[in-house]
Design a protein around this ligand. Structure first.
Ligand code: SAM
Length: 279
């Protein structure tokens, strides 16, 4: 370590043993650590017996801190950026700082490690060749359903972060917008004592999580299987959702006929889809 540089250092998402030896070395050697929450990072450093100068960098002071950090880099210092857990900038502060430092002409180096969604995806068995990370959904149900509706036809795997307060409401909104059959996996408390990974069609997953309040506690990654490619059925996700709702109340022929009327989809194809599902 010699030239001035900003290191973006990933920290554990639960299990402290996941802090890499390289991350430990860099955190011990830099002149300054910019942390999302200095008390939180202080405890991590204490665990590893690392003494360091800390300053806070969060959503509300990032611009101002960026100027100060660029000053320090101009003085030849080495600086590390960390967040409370996982990789900085991934649903965490740091973007404004990293961009400003690069624009000022200084090097920024990643020190990779934990990231909750990558950890969840790697153990999920869900298609990982194409996925989109969507971060946190909106807090209010109306906006959340709108955001989910916009993603309903996406064929790639969809990945969300969710908190203990909203996990059930979000899964309910997913059922309302994506349909009860959509396969979804929740990865809870990864790398911690109560790590749980469970995948099922949404209606079964909701039943399971609602039956056990313990399964609603902690931190969650939610992974949603992509929609089947249009060519598979020729029927839109919205038409399939309406068909599913009507078929729960009406005989298959009536459900198919009404769905065709509402959505303009082909009646025969809708009826065939119901038969295939039954089969
Ligand atoms: N920067 C972090 C990363 O690299 O994953 C994410 C920070 S974001 C503010 C926090 C969210 O990440 C939590 O609400 C949860 O959705 C997810 N998360 C963090 N740790 C987790 C864990 N151990 N298990 C499951 N999800 C976790």
């Amino acid at each position: 370590m010699s030239a001035p540089r900003l290191y973006v250092v990933a920290t554990p998402i639960g299990n402290l043993a996941d802090l890499s030896p390289r991350a430990q070395q860099i955190l011990a050697e830099v002149d300054l650590i910019a942390a999302e929450d200095t008390r939180h990072t202080g405890r991590l450093l204490q665990h590893f017996n690392i003494k360091a100068n800390l300053i806070s960098v969060h959503d509300h002071n990032e611009r101002q801190r960026a100027d100060m950090i660029i000053d320090r880099l101009q003085q030849g210092q080495q600086i590390a950026l960390v967040s409370d857990a996982g990789t900085p900038l991934i649903s965490d502060p740091g973007f404004v700082l990293v961009r400003a430092v690069r624009e000022a002409g200084f090097e920024v180096s990643p020190v990779p490690g934990c990231c909750a969604f990558v950890a969840a995806l790697s153990a999920s068995g869900m298609p990982s060749d194409r996925f989109s990370f969507e971060g946190f959904l909106p807090a209010k149900s109306g906006a959340r359903q709108q955001a989910l509706s916009e993603l309903a036809e996406a064929t790639q795997t969809l990945i969300f972060y969710e908190s203990t307060h909203r996990i059930v409401d979000s899964l309910r909104d997913m059922q309302a917008t994506l349909g009860a059959d959509r396969f979804v996996l929740v990865a809870r408390e990864l790398t911690k004592t109560f790590e749980t990974i469970k995948g099922a069609p949404l209606n079964q997953l909701l039943e399971w999580i609602q039956a056990d309040p313990n399964q609603q506690r902690g931190e969650f990654v939610v992974i949603v299987q992509g929609a089947p490619a249009r060519a598979d059925t020729g029927i839109s996700i919205e038409a399939q959702r309406i068909l599913g709702l009507l078929a729960a109340e009406l005989p298959p022929k009536k459900a198919a006929a009404l769905t065709a009327e509402i959505t303009g989809a082909n009646k025969k194809a809708l009826y065939q889809l119901l038969l295939d599902k039954k089969g």
